[in-house]
Write a protein that binds this ligand. Structure first.
Ligand code: FAD
Ligand code: SF4
Length: 497
């Protein structure tokens, strides 16, 4: 569809709507609006965002596809319960400010969520339009509409902050959960300090998810809002090393603490050759490339990264796709994605799989490395893989991969990136007596995100294990609300009777 045809269609539909309204049949006939993207060959050579965003015409046409279902099943699929049909109605009317106001009632970071939330397994999965066509790709593109209205928001709105309560809050970790917890506790008038181990704030949003999926300027804008609200930001501060939680509370006068340190410890496969030169965890590879801008080494950045020719990435999640696509952008001739199940079982977003393939990543499914092979200088030269077949479903509900004996074969590579998942870093556990953890090393909390320690709350990946941005944000909000209540009671107790 050309831009002209799109504009004419929108005009016709708006007139029809004025004349007596659009019937469901009219709405079903509107073609789903694809997101404009950079050309695959072009974008594989740059780090700019792949999806370039809807125009106003795309957005209003897409919004007119929404049936405005009375029961809004899409909301049931949204972890933070955005009033989806209301914001989409505002988009269809061209009232984008109203649309954003509705979204912001429930989600503080719409420009981030519109880009990285797995909508296809959340709100869009339950959308009536997708179900009617028995095709999930035909669901209303709720995420793209969210991104569209969030990107139009050039005006910086600084939330109102209540008068000073005299209570001090420490937020540990500046990922999405920490950002939301900091904003919501500061809004209540507390003196909030956000401690971050890295030299830059934003958590996985800046060190993990690459620029080509989530521009760092978007995250920085949210951090700037926190600063303007009066949140103090302290980087290069590792809680558990620089100060412990006990010291923050007993010696530094913090009345409440939110722990949002994520799940930043990479898992390895435990196979021979994993310590050879040229084997990276996805975390290290992505942190070097994203946070430390290794792609610019020698010109603007000081952090080196392997200039690889042939790269194997093991895993099938978003982290694996991000690593493979980053390797493409860093100039690798061949990038292989090695995954022991099939594409159907891959946890990565469908869109990411599609983009990776478009950019030339070769998928080796039903295969997994058995060992990494190196030369006399301990540099990687190849991986030896085994072939797999699928058996019965395992506890994750996915069919179990079963190795085929004697199926060993080799792939020549000079770099291996292990992207099979992350777990909790044990530092907080080792340095916080009395804080309860489960067997996977995650902090145990109640329904208000309260931990076993008085005044200490937690949320995000350190509680749920590696999960999603929206879930971390949701828990940051629950924790902040409980902290505000706790601090109000504490402040009342401190007042002379
Ligand atoms: P995190 O984002 O993990 O941030 C925690 C912060 O705490 C970090 O900045 C860390 O440096 C800091 N910290 C750690 N220890 C300490 C300490 N002791 N003292 C002070 N600071 C500390 N989710 C999606 O929804 N969609 C996606 O597309 C997606 N893609 C992903 C791609 C990658 C490569 C990765 C790694 C994850 C992805 N995720 C995605 C998952 C998502 O990013 C996380 O679930 C989310 O960021 C968790 O948020 P969090 O608030 O728990 O903290
Ligand atoms: Fe609109 Fe789909 Fe939600 Fe119905 S389920 S209100 S069609 S977005």
């Amino acid at each position: 569809m050309t831009d002209k045809e799109r504009q004419e269609l929108l005009q016709r539909l708006l007139e029809k709507q004025k004349d007596g309204g659009l019937k469901p049949a009219d709405r079903y006939e509107i073609p789903p609006q694809d997101m404009p993207e950079q050309d695959p060959v072009e974008r594989a050579r740059n780090v700019n965002e792949v999806a370039t965003g809807y125009t106003e015409t795309h957005a209003r046409l897409e919004a007119l596809r929404c049936l405005q279902c009375k029961t809004a099943p899409c909301i049931k699929g949204c972890p933070v319960k955005i009033k989806i049909q209301d914001f989409i109605a505002a988009v269809s009317e061209g009232d984008f400010k109203k649309a954003l106001t509705i979204i912001k009632e429930n989600s503080l970071l719409p420009a981030v969520c519109g880009r990285v939330c797995p909508q296809e397994v959340q709100c869009q999965q339950t959308c009536t339009v997708g179900l009617k066509f028995k095709d999930p790709t035909k669901a209303v593109s709720i995420g793209r509409l969210e991104r569209f209205v969030a990107d139009l928001d050039q005006e910086e709105i600084i939330p109102t902050v209540a008068p000073n309560t005299g209570m001090k809050v420490a937020i540990i970790g500046s990922g999405p959960g920490g950002i939301v917890a900091a904003a919501d506790t500061r809004r209540a008038g507390h003196d909030v300090t956000l401690f971050e181990a890295f030299h830059k704030t934003g958590g996985v949003l800046v060190y993990g998810i690459p620029e080509f999926r989530l521009p760092k300027s978007i995250v920085q804008k949210e951090i700037d809002v926190l600063t303007k609200m009066g949140v103090k930001i302290v980087c290069n501060f590792v809680v558990g090393r620089t100060r412990t939680i006990e010291q923050l509370m007993k010696e530094d006068g913090f009345d409440a603490v939110y722990i949002g340190v994520g799940a930043g410890l990479p898992r390895f496969m435990g196979i021979e050759g994993e310590s050879l030169v040229g084997v990276y965890s996805a975390n290290e590879y992505l942190t070097r490339a994203n946070l430390m801008k290794a792609y610019d080494f020698g010109s603007g950045a000081d952090t080196p990264i392997a200039r690889s020719q042939k790269v194997a990435v093991t895993g099938g999640g978003n982290v694996a796709m991000d690593s493979a696509r980053t390797a493409v952008r860093l100039g690798a001739e061949k990038v292989y994605l090695v995954y022991r199940r099939t594409e159907k079982e891959m946890p990565a977003r469908i869109e990411e799989v599609h983009h990776a393939k478009q950019e030339g990543v070769e998928f080796h499914i039903l295969q997994s490395p058995k060992r990494v092979i190196g030369d006399e200088n301990s540099h990687v030269t190849a991986i030896e893989c085994l072939k797999y077949r699928l058996g019965e479903p395992d506890e994750s509900g996915r069919r179990r991969p079963i190795p085929i004996e004697g199926s060993e074969f080799q792939i020549d590579v000079d770099t291996v990136i292990i992207a099979i998942g992350n777990i909790a870093n044990p530092l907080i556990r080792q340095t916080t007596p009395g804080l309860e953890f489960n067997k996977w090393g995650n902090i145990v909390v109640d329904e208000n995100c309260k931990t076993s320690l008085e005044g200490v709350y937690a949320g995000g990946d350190i509680v749920s294990g590696a999960a999603t941005v929206i879930l971390a944000m949701g828990q940051g909000r629950i924790a902040a609300s409980a902290m505000n209540k706790y601090l109000a009671e504490k402040s009342d107790c401190n007042k002379p009777c």
